[in-house]
Design a protein around this ligand. Structure first.
Ligand code: ATP
Length: 218
């Protein structure tokens, strides 16, 4: 069964969520009270509707109950964001994701039952800062506060060395999940895989261990 998605609020964030969902082949309903924004998405989303989502009868008439995921991407009007979230949870929507403006907004959203609260600017700011401050880190996924999957670029120090020579898991407690060479990806590389400069190593481990590996081996 195809999942049904609704995006409320077509600012830059809501708009980008909508475009990506459509790109992935999903059906997406977009709602905004600004007619111009809705017109901009009329040819992108599956359905585009002008409506004020703080009105319960409007939400009901749109059949929002049938949606599996609803993302509330209303930014500046905290009252509208909170009220919309509350109504969606009252309508028993299982997955309500909400964009929060600040920590107070976040707290209120959690209290009223938002299933996921996201801070796009804050999260992106952290990512950019982390990537800028460490040139070897190309990308990363935080699995928890302590564990991550990190994509590291191999420097001269690793050139020509095999995984067995480096003995990364025993020495640093870090596991190499895959190695990317251009477009080619080698998942679970063999122990005799010879690393070349600019290979991308995708490693998993405790943040401290990954840092230790980076500082001492790379
Ligand atoms: P971004 O940073 O993602 O561009 P933003 O955080 O500045 O966006 P806003 O522009 O304040 O967010 O709001 C996003 C959209 O939400 C706007 O297009 C606005 O018209 C819409 N919106 C605000 N209140 C409501 C409401 N009650 N019902 C429907 N849409 C709403």
């Amino acid at each position: 069964m195809k999942k049904q998605f609704a995006v409320i609020g077509l600012g830059r964030f809501g708009g980008s969520v909508c475009r990506e969902l459509v790109r992935q082949g999903h059906e997406v309903l977009v709602i905004d009270m600004d007619e111009h924004k809705v017109n901009d998405y009329a040819n992108i989303a599956t359905h585009a509707v002008v409506a004020d989502t703080t009105d319960e009868s409007v939400l009901r008439s749109l059949g929002i109950r049938n949606f599996d995921y609803v993302i509330v991407a209303i930014g500046d009007d905290l009252q509208a964001s909170i009220l919309t979230t509350l109504l969606l949870k009252e309508l028993k929507i299982k997955n309500v994701w909400v964009k929060a403006k600040n920590d107070y907004h976040h707290k209120v959203l959690v209290k009223i039952g938002a299933d996921q609260v996201v801070h796009p600017e804050k999260d992106m700011g952290r990512r950019v800062a982390q990537q800028m401050s460490d040139e070897k880190v190309i990308d990363f996924i935080e699995l928890s506060e302590e564990y991550s999957i990190v994509e590291l670029i191999a420097t001269d120090l690793l050139e020509g060395k095999t995984l067995i020579q480096l003995d990364i898991r025993a020495r640093y407690g870090v596991t190499v999940l895959a190695i990317k060479k251009g477009e080619e990806i080698n998942i679970s590389p063999e122990p005799d895989y010879q690393i070349m400069k600019n290979d991308l190593l995708i490693v998993i481990g405790h943040n401290k261990d990954i840092k230790r590996f980076e500082d001492n081996a790379m």
